[in-house]
Ligand binder design. Structure first.
Ligand code: ADP
Ligand code: ADP
Length: 220
């Protein structure tokens, strides 16, 4: 089932006199249970594309549909709800809070749920990424690969349909990167999420169900 659709998406940034078309009419789609990897050089528009799918930015022209719904039709409340529970994010530099334990970091996006529920779910997710014996460790007590697994568990706490990963292996050595990609592959199958990852790591290509190359704002 297609959950993400971009149709003729143009994104123009205007800074004073300078105009940059970061995306020049992009068509793209991704389905549940599929990992699509967007690969391209620095400055080609990968982050811009991910930000738009993640509802952090809006296109200048063109359409974005999530679960068949045009995002410009969402109310502010619906946008907030979709960002909160429809979409999970994983970043290159993990974005974990240093004072919190692994469990507390995973719980963080679900603070409105009851304490017992969210704790149980966080512990369960950490077990699923192999960190059942690291629940009370803080990020500085964890390796890079373990921090990224905490971040993946956190991204899944609200059971999103879509997981967006911006250079998820960017700060990891090759072997650790591989364990993270194995983890994403397994979660994709078990949770039936659509994963869109952007990278310039060629290793990620082997793990993708589909690879999309973007150069200078144009899908090749
Ligand atoms: P990538 O993620 O592939 O490195 P980006 O999406 O970050 O590429 O950037 C694509 C192009 O858009 C670049 O030329 C970049 O300089 C420009 N750009 C990105 N964000 C902004 C912004 N907020 N204002 C102006 N230009 C931007
Ligand atoms: P990975 O293979 O996931 O990268 P490492 O080989 O870096 O893991 O780490 C091996 C073990 O050392 C892990 O069990 C991890 O918990 C522990 N470890 C790594 N860094 C630290 C640290 N800064 N403080 C305490 N334990 C650490």
């Amino acid at each position: 089932m297609t959950v993400i659709e971009l149709e003729s998406v143009l994104k123009r940034y205007e800074n004073g006199t300078e105009t940059v078309d970061a995306l020049k009419g992009v068509d793209f789609e991704a389905s549940r249970g599929e990992m699509v990897t967007v690969i391209g050089p620095s400055g080609s528009g990968k982050s811009t594309m991910l930000n738009m799918i993640g509802l952090l930015d809006t296109p200048t022209r063109g359409a974005i549909r999530l679960d068949g719904r045009e995002v410009t039709d969402f109310t502010e409340d619906e946008l907030t709800e979709e960002r909160r529970s429809g979409i999970g994010f994983v970043f290159q530099d993990f974005h974990l809070l240093p004072m919190l334990t692994a469990t507390e970091n995973v719980e963080l996006p679900s603070m409105w749920d009851t304490a017992v529920d969210r704790r149980d779910r966080a512990v369960d997710l950490l077990g699923r990424v192999g960190l059942e014996d690291r629940l009370n460790h803080t990020p500085d007590q964890l390796s890079g690969g373990q921090c990224q697994r905490v971040a993946i568990a956190r991204s899944l706490i609200n059971e999103p349909d879509i997981l967006l990963a911006d250079e998820p292996t960017g700060n990891l050595d090759q072997d650790t990167g591989r364990t993270i990609l194995d983890e994403l592959t397994r979660l994709k199958e078990e949770e039936n999420v659509a994963i869109v990852s952007v990278t310039h790591d060629e290793q990620m290509v082997e793990y993708a169900d589909r690879v999309v190359r973007i150069v200078d704002g144009v899908i090749q």
